[in-house]
Design a binder for this molecule. Structure first.
Ligand SMILES: NC(=O)C1=CN([C@@H]2O[C@H](COP(=O)(O)OP(=O)(O)OC[C@H]3O[C@@H](n4cnc5c(N)ncnc54)[C@H](O)[C@@H]3O)[C@@H](O)[C@H]2O)C=CC1
Ligand SMILES: O=C(O)C(=O)COP(=O)(O)O
Length: 536
């Protein structure tokens, strides 16, 4: 798991210690608070309460809301208080969540906006012990600065194997024949199946699961095509799979296997219009999400024989109602969302998610973050001192602002000898945003919600690069933060072009302030700082 510890990137209010302070100002001197990377004030009662909870009990609390493998639970218990409470109603979840720093779920728990709102800012991370994150309200998570991580790899093979199991079982009527034998019947003519060899399988969604299904289906002698607008052609070529358009896939397939995520774009992609384009007698497997199929349209297509059979592991509403015409259809084979349910996959998923959640609670950036930029560990560690500098420059700049015109437009300039695509500035921008917003508002800002919060406050942050000559040994030479159209409490901070301007650089791993307005300075940005103008 690639993760590096730069704790303030993901800090949320309940882990913060108090340190921000403002003091009276004059036009000549102004005391600036430059908190360390870990500090800021709990600013409202709710946050103050959660701060107290953390202070009394340093161990974070993780709520595990669905069954998780033992190895994952052990990992969590080494670091946190673990509350395993299954089958909670939404109301119970909302009540419990205000006492939890992390929540771990599978596909059976809806992590709605209400859950984030009920957490009172304490919830720092939601871990999805699996792939699909359609049961988590990602916008709400982001707005609340709550990191969402998933476990994207450990159940790939299990899901692919279940897809193949459904494909073969469907083609040979295994489930129906088994039920009839158990009912005392011996219907050898009724359950004549169809062969797979030489048939065309269309894999819809050629990601991790889709490509493993394709690989296995080729081993069964099938001709495999795939539709995925975002899949790299060389990956398909390497497996011997042809990438085709959506319509082409529908038109030519004898079997269709669904492996795309449920998103607004994939919701009900198999609808009446799509079924009308399919070969009569097509067979469909779905181990992705029920919502990618219009289930009423599928029943119609089964009744008219366009679709000969369907094998479904997932449903729009889970569990589906007992009298669902889809589940009860004689040509449908159904399993209760078992794609990821092998001993091996569940153990792997539990470890993968426990590591990601513990890492996030320690302030690390997990490689499996779903709603925050994923930055490689080596880049993170190289940028670490610049991340601290960025936040401090933002804090300094905004504390110099006076007057009623507000902070609306901020320009950040990065001077570097690195090629533009060799310097990831997302972390720096997020930390400058944190520095700019936290001292003047009651919201907390972290890497997850920085862009959202800036946008919501109407703060426009533009970035500019100055490409320097010379050896690109350090990622950055200097960073400049410029606030436009404002007056300053410290008149000397206004540059010749009329903006508040502060510049900083990293020297021997320590952030330094090197320019205020048009004045060159060289001050280590540690502890408190008093700016005063002096006639020498
Ligand atoms: N039944 C079960 O227990 C399990 C179900 N799943 C489901 O399977 C899905 C796929 O899982 P992975 O392969 O691990 O994810 P993945 O992210 O590796 O692959 C998804 C693929 O779908 C493609 N895609 C996105 N929009 C598409 C569209 N409109 N048309 C065609 N392709 C599109 C993406 O480009 C990507 O290549 C998950 O999102 C999850 O919902 C995954 C594991 C277990
Ligand atoms: O990983 C996924 O997307 C799955 O659908 C598996 O769901 P589950 O964790 O078994 O509820």
């Amino acid at each position: 798991m690639a993760a590096t510890s730069i704790s303030n990137l993901l800090s949320t209010p309940s882990l913060k210690k108090s340190s921000f302070s403002s003091s009276s100002s004059s036009s000549l001197s102004w005391r600036i608070s430059l908190p360390s990377a870990f500090t800021a004030v709990p600013r409202n009662t709710r946050r103050a309460e959660s701060f107290v909870v953390m202070a009394m009990d340093a161990k974070p609390t993780v709520l595990v809301a669905e069954k998780l493998g033992q190895a994952g639970l052990e990992l969590l218990k080494d670091f946190a208080n673990v509350d395993c409470s299954y089958n909670l109603s939404q109301e119970e979840l909302c009540t419990k969540i205000s006492l939890c720093d992390a929540l771990i779920v599978r596909s059976g728990t809806k992590v709605s906006r209400e859950v984030f709102e009920s957490s009172g800012g304490r919830l720092k991370v939601v871990g999805r012990a699996g792939v699909g994150i359609d049961n988590v309200d990602l916008s709400a998570a982001t707005e609340h600065g709550c990191l969402v991580v998933n476990a994207p790899t450990a159940n790939t093979v299990a899901a692919a194997e279940h897809g193949i199991a459904l494909l073969t079982a469907m083609a040979r009527n295994i489930a129906q024949a088994d039920a009839s034998v158990k009912a005392g019947k011996w219907l050898r003519n009724k359950y004549v199946g169809v062969s797979l060899v030489g048939k065309t399988l269309a894999v819809m969604g050629f990601g991790k699961v889709g490509s493993e299904v394709a690989r296995r289906a080729k081993g069964l002698g099938m001709h495999v095509i795939a539709h995925d607008p975002y899949a790299p052609a060389d990956r398909a070529r390497a497996i011997g799979v042809e990438l085709v358009s959506f319509d082409e896939a529908l038109k030519t397939a004898d079997f269709i296997s669904l492996h795309m995520p449920l998103t607004p774009a994939t919701s009900k992609v198999l609808n009446d219009e799509a079924f009308a384009k399919m070969k009569k007698g097509v067979r469909i497997v779905n181990v992705a999400r029920g919502g990618v199929i219009d289930e009423e349209a599928l029943v119609r297509a089964l009744n008219t024989g366009i679709v000969a059979q369907a094998a479904l592991d997932v449903f729009t509403v889970e569990p589906p109602s007992q009298d669902s015409p889809l589940v009860q259809h004689e040509n449908v084979t159904a399993t209760p969302h078992l794609g990821a349910s092998t001993m091996e996959a569940q153990e792997g998923v539990a470890i993968e998610i426990a590591e990601a959640v513990v890492g996030a609670l320690k302030g690390e950036l997990a490689a499996t973050a779903v709603n925050a930029p994923m930055v490689p560990a080596e880049v993170l560690s190289e940028l670490a001192p610049y991340v601290v500098l960025a936040e401090k420059l933002g804090r300094l700049a905004v504390q110099l602002v006076a007057g009623g015109s507000g902070v609306k437009s901020v320009k950040v300039t990065y001077a570097s000898a690195r090629a533009p695509d060799d310097l990831d500035t997302r972390l720096l921008r997020a930390m400058i945003t944190k520095g700019l917003i936290e001292p003047i508002s009651s919201v907390f800002v972290n890497l997850v919600n920085a862009d959202f919060t800036a946008k919501q406050r109407g703060l426009r942050i533009t970035e500019e690069r100055i490409l320097l000559d010379g050896s690109p040994e350090n990622p950055l030479e200097f960073v400049q933060v410029q606030i436009a159209n404002v007056e300053s409490k410290f008149a000397s901070a206004i540059s010749e072009s009329g903006e508040i301007k502060v510049v900083g650089m990293v020297k021997d791993g320590i952030p330094h302030l090197t320019k205020v307005g048009s004045f060159e300075v060289d001050v280590s940005m540690e502890g408190s700082l008093i700016l005063c103008r002096q006639v020498d």
